[in-house]
Design a protein around this ligand. Structure first.
Ligand SMILES: Cc1ncc(COP(=O)(O)O)c(C=O)c1O
Length: 382
């Protein structure tokens, strides 16, 4: 059997191992240490933000933001419908009622018109959300200007979940450079990985500092253990941060490769009738973290709650060749756990899910790997 092609495996540039060794040599085999400081410094500089806090995961970062906002039972939180469950889970764990906002057809990200409608409804009901969580999906920023100004006009904090979009831009602003705070993931399949990890950033330094303190059990500045409030054990470890320092250095090369891979797919597959690529908005530059396609989207039946037969057929054909592919996120409003949640719109995210497929997009893919994958798609769809 040929070597398995994974969807988006880690791609190491070379210095990561040396940096991990340096972390070992320093004996900071611990949460905190010089590599954590370095990673935070480099990351904040990359995003042109005053500070950043490195954490054990992006979910932890979102949880700390929910804690900061004191989200609790009775509150509502608006969130992109088409996302991974971690975008909203921390708020729901705290008792919040989620309200989902469908995607814009042109970007697959939160539709600002639907957000405007949802905020106006909430204002009328005297129940504005505690936060809006807008997701930058599959390496593409949502419409920051419009979403930011809507949130500002209702005085609702905007959290940008940029877990999937590090390195993308919005009108020359870095991904996540919007709203009250933003979060990033370094999970194993993300554009850069630390095996697992996350980052919280904001233009408000005091917010980042409070998150940092809470991520270390909210210890007060005393020589003994003193706690004025309860915190968490959410800090990133120094060993893991060493990988992050090395990965961030090669982010431009990873993005270059992701674009190259997307171009190979586009050149080979554009001729297939009914096959389209995730659209790229004119306001920015996507990273193409994953190359995402839809297959015969117009044929997807509006009441289906699973991927179409075309998607299953292609996935199985790839799997037979030991190649991993994956359906698009199942929208939150279709998740059994959120069956009673309110959704504004829902048809676009559902159609993306029904007809969508994420193709292997690891930065290490060669042109011949992509040609082989495209050959299987062509054969299956002909
Ligand atoms: C949009 C989105 N938000 C949040 C997360 C959670 O990130 P983590 O696994 O680092 O907690 C992920 C991915 O894992 C994600 O894709």
């Amino acid at each position: 059997m040929t070597k398995r092609i994974f969807l988006s495996p880690p791609w190491m540039g070379g210095d990561e191992r040396k940096l991990v060794e340096a972390a070992f040599d320093s004996n900071y085999v611990a949460p905190c240490g010089p590599m954590v400081d370095q990673f935070e410094k480099d990351f904040a500089a990359f995003l042109q933000r005053p500070s950043a806090c490195a954490l054990s995961s992006c979910t932890a970062a979102l949880d700390l933001l929910c804690r900061e906002l004191d989200i609790q039972r009775g509150d509502s939180v608006f969130c992109s419908d088409l996302t991974f469950v971690a975008s909203i889970a921390p708020a729901v764990h705290r008792g919040a009622t989620p309200v989902f906002i469908d995607s814009d057809e042109q970007t697959w990200n939160m539709d600002p018109d639907l957000l405007a409608e949802a905020l106006a409804d909430a204002k009328r009901d005297n129940h504005l959300p505690k936060a809006v969580i807008a997701v930058d999906l599959y390496g593409q920023c949502c419409d920051y200007d419009r979403i930011e100004s809507l949130c500002a006009s209702y005085e609702v904090p905007l959290i940008v979940d940029s877990a999937e979009a590090l390195g993308a831009t919005y009108k020359n602003r870095p991904a996540g450079d919007a709203g009250w705070a933003s979060v990033y993931s370094f999970n194993g399949n993300k554009i850069i990985t630390t095996s697992g990890g996350g980052m919280l950033t904001s233009h408000t330094t005091a917010l980042v500092e409070r998150a940092r303190k809470r991520s270390q059990q909210s210890r007060e500045d005393h020589i003994w253990y003193e706690h004025g409030e309860l915190g968490y054990n959410y800090r990133m470890s120094n060993i893991v941060a060493a990988i992050g320092v090395g990965q961030l250095q090669i982010l431009p090369e990873i993005i270059r490769r992701k674009h190259q891979i997307f171009d190979w797919y586009r050149d080979a597959l554009s001729c297939i009738p009914g096959l389209t690529f995730m659209p790229e908005a004119s306001y920015g530059k996507a990273t193409r973290w994953l190359t995402v396609i839809t297959l015969n989207a117009e044929r997807a039946t509006p009441d289906a709650t699973a991927p179409t037969q075309d998607v299953f057929t292609v996935m199985s054909a790839l799997e037979r060749e030991n190649i991993e592919s994956r359906p698009i996120w199942k929208p939150m409003h279709l998740q059994p756990v959120f069956q009673s949640a309110k959704v504004h719109g829902g048809a676009i995210s559902k159609r993306c899910f029904n007809a969508g497929l994420c193709l292997p997009s690891g930065a290490g893919l060669s042109q011949s790997d992509v040609e082989r994958i495209c050959g299987i798609l062509k054969l299956t769809l002909s």
